[in-house]
Design a protein around this ligand. Structure first.
Ligand code: PMP
Length: 365
């Protein structure tokens, strides 16, 4: 049992049993006399770690056989370039702009071809998810790009966009393994693992096999071609071995909890506690439209920057860490990823209740 609750947006809290198991195995993994960090990526021992992680991820997410699972490096941001390099074959793509990361991805893609904005919520500082039932999509666009959960703004798609038959590519960095997803509806799902799955430095990409080919934009480096990694089963070069090992353990932890349906149920309950409080509060309010609320990143404010700063400081003194909102939104952000226990959310709400009471009585006095 640790003595703080970590509400960081990423890198973020990981399940305690996973950290404990990793600590227990640190000096001597499975009788090898070595830490996983010291084992060759070409050894049978590591092969069983990566095969196990892929197998368990396929089972957990129900990934169809015609999808490749790739373990990649360079952070989610490198995918912003790899996606157009590999898939912008007619050099046109549609982007749905729902926040900072989708916008970054679109700006990167515009280096390689024409980016068309199919929908955007920038008009209201990305505080909602636009209606994507009848998107304005280019007839010859190569794919439609979206970001499932907008970490900074605290919004989430609750309905898949209608891409009118175009391939859908989705950045799921901050909602990875937080709920079931129908993988077959996407051309590609991808995300950095540093929020729900493990330590920073690994990206997992799930890509429909027929989309992976040698036909990429000219001068695409070997390392940035999905085919390079698919052909070598993510072992073209040295992969982030320790991260893959931790991901394998986090997947087993979710399986033991009851899988992704159960994970979603737990996440919905946790988020409801916080949102219900925000809806009742006389001091705090949520910053996003109710129908667009994220289950992972809950953004809120008091309406006064001084009060926000006082709250963040007091929360930290009470062991609630990293609750400051991103500067684009201000205020507070509580990231309540899979590994945040309900007790953490209840403690936060108790603390907010007490803070609110003290401020209201200050005003009355
Ligand atoms: N996409 C989303 C949704 C994110 O939240 C982040 C970072 N938190 C990124 C992309 C960028 O990730 P990275 O730092 O791994 O490049």
């Amino acid at each position: 049992m640790r003595h703080i609750y970590n509400f960081s947006a990423g890198p973020s809290v990981l399940p305690e049993p996973v950290l404990q198991e990793a600590a227990d195995e640190m000096m001597n993994y499975k009788g090898s006399g070595m830490s996983v960090m010291e084992i060759s990526h070409r050894s049978a021992l590591f092969q069983s770690i990566i095969d196990g992680a892929e197998h368990d991820l396929r089972t957990l997410m129900n990934i169809p056989d015609d999808y490749e699972v790739l373990f990649l490096q360079g952070g989610t941001s490198l995918q912003f370039a790899m996606i157009p390099m590999n898939f912008m074959r007619s050099q046109k793509a549609d982007y749905i702009l729902t926040g900072h990361w989708a916008k970054k991805a679109s700006e990167e893609a515009s280096i390689y071809g024409k980016v068309h904005v199919a929908a955007s919520s920038e008009d209201e500082n990305f505080s909602y998810i636009p209606d994507c039932d009848n998107l304005d999509i280019l007839p010859d666009s190569d794919y439609v790009y979206m970001c499932e959960n907008n970490t900074i703004y605290g919004t989430k798609f609750h309905k898949r966009p209608n891409t009118k038959g175009k391939i859908l590519i989705d950045d799921i960095s901050s909602s990875f393994l937080s709920e079931p997803m129908d993988v077959s509806k996407y051309g590609m799902l991808f995300g950095g693992i540093q929020k729900n799955l493990g330590p920073a430095g690994l990206v997992i990409a799930i890509i429909r096999k027929d989309l992976i080919s040698d036909t990429v934009l000219p001068w695409t480096p070997t390392m940035l071609r999905y085919k390079t990694h698919a052909d070598k089963k993510s072992l073209y070069n040295t992969p982030p071995t320790y991260n893959i090992y931790i991901v394998g353990k986090v997947i087993k932890w979710i399986q033991a909890l009851g899988g992704l349906e159960k994970m979603k149920e737990i996440n919905e309950k946790k988020a409801a506690v916080l949102y219900d409080f925000l809806d009742r509060s006389k001091l705090f309010y949520g910053t996003v439209r109710k129908d667009s609320r994220s289950l992972m990143n809950v953004t809120f404010r008091t309406g006064s920057e001084e009060m926000d700063a006082a709250f963040i400081k007091a929360a930290e003194q009470h062991g609630m860490i990293s609750i400051k909102g991103h500067r684009a939104v201000g205020g507070m952000r509580a990231s309540i990823y899979n590994a945040m226990p309900m007790e953490g959310v209840l403690s936060l709400v108790d603390f907010m209740t007490a803070f609110e009471k003290s401020k209201i009585s200050d005003c009355i006095l």
